[in-house]
Design a protein. Structure first.
Length: 115
């Protein structure tokens, strides 16, 4: 899987947008996937030592289970280690990758207002 394919997996949601907020050379290829409506991040797509990764938000209990079950899922790089996980998109099963992206999107979505 390449970066464009990974971005496409994140853009399946109506409220998703692809942004490039980091101008420095070392981070110019870093993509922040955000909600259009609240500007919150739900994924960070980046290269670490020339290898592609994605950070996504997760519930701490689920994150712990995923890290135990899949060697390709670890603590989120450069993020809150309790709430973010990092996945190697080449080594993580596609259905797991899609599910963790979806869950991150849901966790960061705008809160529904109570009437």
């Amino acid at each position: 899987m390449n970066k464009k394919q990974l971005i496409k997996r994140c853009l399946v949601f109506d409220d998703a947008s692809e942004t490039y907020p980091f101008g420095r050379d070392e981070y110019k290829d870093t993509v922040v996937m955000r909600h259009k409506s609240n500007n919150k991040w739900f994924a960070l797509i980046f290269y670490l030592d020339k290898k592609l990764f994605i950070n996504v938000k997760s519930e701490p209990e689920i994150a712990a289970l995923l890290r135990m079950q899949y060697p390709s899922i670890t603590f989120g790089w450069h993020m809150n280690k309790k709430h973010w996980i990092m996945a190697d998109p080449m080594a993580t099963p596609k259905e797991v990758l899609d599910e963790i992206i979806k869950r991150s999107f849901e966790l960061t979505a705008p809160k529904k207002k109570c009437k």
